[in-house]
Write a protein that binds this ligand. Structure first.
Ligand code: NAP
Length: 455
């Protein structure tokens, strides 16, 4: 089946690629496996030198890479350029810190000497989504390669140009053939790759369905996985918060990447004492956003990445309204070319509706009112997801209670949720398991080897 790059703002096909044949896929896996034997011997300083070169390329060519991302998946252009720069930051972070994070650690025991060493594991498969087509890949690849592993990337089928560009960046920075390989294959090839003895572990960022499939095949083959899945993050605002800042941030947090982010705020849980003011400001902010051509610097919300995502979001909103939800602004797709959806706010959301229970992957906010911190926490936790959360309060006791009781991999107080190379990133419950970034991410794909020297 061909793999196509289609501009989501216009519907125009930009490029079409043939899927890798079975023979070409076999060659790619063999090349990666061979490359690992040599690459694991490359000294840390040399790996770091190359990773810094990757960062230089990303920064120097951020305009070109940004345009590629925008044309291929519709992200507003300024955010696309920023994404390339953020990838450079992660590469620099691991180039500068990986050696220290992977240094052998002495442990005092009854042995003459005992210590722990971290060794690379081999070929790691990364199954990645289109929504941050560079960032999702680099935040896996920078630590994986610094640890001495080699990577096979199965990127989302709608971003083949980004996938090929990323492989080229690593090659140009001096990483040998086979150290980082983009495989132009569909999702059905993933099972075969996971069953291949030369592939030792996998990481997936994507939907729950894809996560289940990868985890079960990897499980049958006793291979480690890291899963970064969906989220329906709460954004809680309490009476002591700075309301103007909370409202401005709420609009941004819901519509980042045109609403297609796992850590976008999706459920706005507002204390009834300030709910009226919050609702007015938030609805006005959502209504004011410029929706349109993502290549224009002035655009805040671009198209959704594919017609399927648009159709799914449209259906979720329609079903929620049928179930009794009320539309405060938006609530429909935009007529004409491209996968555009109006920034939308829903309220009076019944439990049995998609807006209550499912992840809405687009610019649609669900607004809830609560009477207390306890009710806010109960509603925040009343979801199958547990990725991140944002809480707005200036009451120290209340803050500590939210930090303690919210079931999520991340709690941000008086700030919008964002990933940062220096801090671990990941979820609990059905948002997945394992961590990316920081030392935690680096150590997901290493053999933590215990050494005991008796005499
Ligand atoms: P998706 O369909 O799961 O696609 C993600 C990747 O998985 C793509 O490469 C896709 O390949 C592949 N894939 C799909 N089905 C598969 C299967 N059965 N077995 C193996 N691989 C499979 O995800 P999406 O709906 O496009 O992306 C949005 C989802 O990703 C949302 O739920 C979002 O919250 C989540 N996400 C999570 C994070 C996080 O860090 N937690 C970050 C970003 C996004 P094809 O493209 O070829 O189908």
């Amino acid at each position: 089946m061909p793999i196509s790059s289609i501009n989501p703002a216009t519907g125009e096909t930009l490029a079409t690629y043939c899927e890798l044949s079975a023979a070409a896929l076999e060659q790619a896996v063999a090349r990666a496996s061979d490359a690992f034997r040599e690459y694991r011997e490359v000294p840390m300083a040399e790996r770091a030198r190359r990773m810094l070169r990757v960062a230089d390329i990303l920064e120097a060519e951020r305009a070109e890479f940004g345009r590629m991302m925008t044309l291929e998946m519709g992200k507003p252009i300024a955010a696309a350029r920023d994404e390339a720069v953020k990838c450079a930051r992660a590469c620099r972070y691991y180039a500068e810190n990986a050696e220290r994070m992977l240094e052998p650690e002495d442990v005092a025991t009854d042995a003459k000497r005992s210590y722990v060493v971290y060794q690379p594991v081999g070929v790691v498969l990364a199954v990645m989504p289109w929504n941050f087509p560079f960032w999702q890949v680099f935040r896996f690849a920078a630590p994986a390669l610094m640890a001495g592993n080699v990577a096979l990337l199965k990127h989302a089928s709608n971003v083949p140009q980004c996938a090929l560009a990323i492989e080229q960046i690593f090659r140009r920075a001096g990483f040998e053939d086979g150290v980082f390989t983009s495989l132009l294959v569909g999702a059905e090839a993933v099972g075969r790759l996971l069953e291949d003895a030369r592939v030792v572990a996998a990481t997936l960022t994507g939907s729950e369905g894809a996560g289940r499939s990868v985890a079960s095949i990897a499980g049958k083959n006793l291979k480690k996985t890291v899963l970064e899945l969906g989220g329906s993050d709460p954004f809680i605002v309490m009476p002591s918060a700075d309301l103007d800042t909370a409202i401005l941030t709420a609009v941004k947090a819901r519509t980042i990447n045109s609403g297609q982010s796992c850590i976008a705020a999706k459920r706005f849980i507002i204390h009834e004492g300030i709910a009226g003011d919050f609702e007015r400001g938030f609805v006005a902010g959502m209504a004011k956003l410029t929706v349109g051509d993502p290549l224009l610097e002035s655009t805040a919300v671009g198209p959704l990445a594919t017609p399927r995502i648009l159709a799914e979001l449209d259906e979720q909103v329609l079903k929620s309204v049928e179930a009794g939800a009320r539309v405060l602004v938006g609530g429909a797709r935009l007529e004409g070319a491209g996968n555009f959806y109006q920034p939308t706010v829903l309220t009076d959301i019944p439990r049995n509706s998609p807006a209550f229970a499912e992840e809405l992957f687009g610019p649609v906010a669900s607004l809830f009112r609560v009477a207390s911190a306890a009710e806010a926490i109960a509603l925040a936790n009343d979801t199958s997801f547990g990725l991140a959360s944002s809480v707005w309060t200036n009451d120290a006791n209340e803050r500590d209670r939210f930090i303690e009781e919210i079931q999520a991999g991340q709690v941000f107080i008086n700030a919008m949720v964002a990933s940062d190379p220096r801090l671990p990133f990941g979820g609990v419950k059905r948002s997945g398991y394992g961590r990316e970034l920081a030392a935690f991410g680096l150590r997901e794909f290493v053999n933590v080897k215990t050494v005991w020297i008796g005499s």
